[in-house]
Ligand binder design. Structure first.
Ligand code: FAD
Length: 287
């Protein structure tokens, strides 16, 4: 299918791009989600503002505080970045599950957050880490916490005249490990359910925090604090209670790909698996 007609601009500066974002305009980043939507005529913006010439947004910056990813940094580039992987390994762990190499060579991390697909990996990662998105418009800038960013399926609180210019993923505290687990029918497909897990241990290797961020179980990413249920776990294993608690708390819908009951079951199994792997990761980092 062919897209409906639209105006196309490819600005060379961020200011020009922001000025072009008026009326019924949409940012075009990697195009891996937007172009199919246009071709299927599920979206019909009057203007596309192509940001691919804004080289200043092709950045991955790592500091002691965390990893800031610019709007033009593609999935593949971010996944290869050793500094980002050291400071915040969950990004690379999740990116291994995003689509296929061809898509990862074009698609952007920030575009995935702005697109807000409930089945996408990176929104769940940003949510469980308590990250932020920096939004810019001709009128100024604001920082949006992940907890307020995702408002519905394919919906965020970004205004039509705003561009997400970067996303910030906080670094891991000490004795903290991460893991990502999902189930998809084929590798690279959108997941039936997925979990991004972050576990922190104390000096005696007891769990002081166990958090899980979910994709494909609700219209937006869901974050659960499973610390209490995970308390008996750590070195000895025993993550089943946390998986059971997740099954109790989550209320996924069924669809053509999986029934609600199957999704709930999967979420519990994946919770157990991801929390255990995150605790092992925390132990490894401590050695
Ligand atoms: P685009 O397609 O350019 O834009 C998507 C939407 O976000 C548009 O509405 C656009 O206006 C908006 N947007 C983009 N950037 C900005 C910005 N900086 N500020 C404001 N709005 C912006 N994704 C997954 O997470 N997991 C998968 O398993 C997965 N599988 C895929 C399989 C296939 C075959 C394909 C084609 C895509 C798949 N994707 C998957 C989507 C892919 O990760 C996309 O790259 C991503 O969702 C969107 O990034 P993009 O840069 O391509 O954005």
């Amino acid at each position: 299918m062919k897209p409906p007609p639209f105006d196309y601009v490819a600005p060379r500066t961020l200011d020009e791009a922001l000025r072009a974002l008026t009326g019924d305009a949409k940012v075009l980043a990697g195009g891996q989600s937007l172009i199919p939507l246009l071709n299927m005529r599920l979206a019909a913006p009057a203007r596309l503002v192509d940001i691919n010439r804004l080289a200043a947004l092709d950045t991955v910056e790592t500091t002691a505080e965390g990893v800031r990813i610019g709007a033009l940094a593609r999935h593949a580039r971010v996944a290869r970045d050793p500094g980002a992987a050291a400071a915040q390994p969950l990004i690379r762990q999740a990116l291994g599950h995003v689509a296929h190499p061809a898509v990862r060579n074009r698609g952007t991390v920030v575009g995935s957050l702005a697109h807000a697909d409930p089945a996408a990996e990176l929104p769940a990662v940003l949510a469980v880490l308590g990250g932020t998105v920096e939004a810019a418009s001709a009128g100024g800038r604001r920082t949006i916490p992940a907890a307020g960013l995702f408002t519905g399926p394919l919906e965020t609180c970004l205004r039509p005249d705003e561009m997400a210019v970067s996303a910030f993923f906080p670094a891991l505290p000490r004795r903290t490990g991460t893991a990502f687990a999902e189930t998809a029918r084929r590798h690279g497909d959108y997941a039936l359910a997925g979990v991004a897990a972050v576990v922190t241990l104390d000096e005696d290797l007891r769990v002081t925090s166990a958090r899980a961020g979910y994709l494909s179980v609700a219209a937006t990413p869901v974050v659960l604090d499973l610390t209490e249920a995970a308390a008996p776990a750590a070195r000895t294993g025993g993550w089943a209670a946390a998986g059971a608690r997740a099954r109790e708390l989550l209320d996924p819908d069924g669809d053509v790909h999986a029934t609600a009951a199957y999704r709930r079951h999967l979420a519990g199994v994946l919770t157990e698996r991801a929390l255990r792997a995150a605790a092992d990761d925390a132990l490894r980092r401590e050695e």
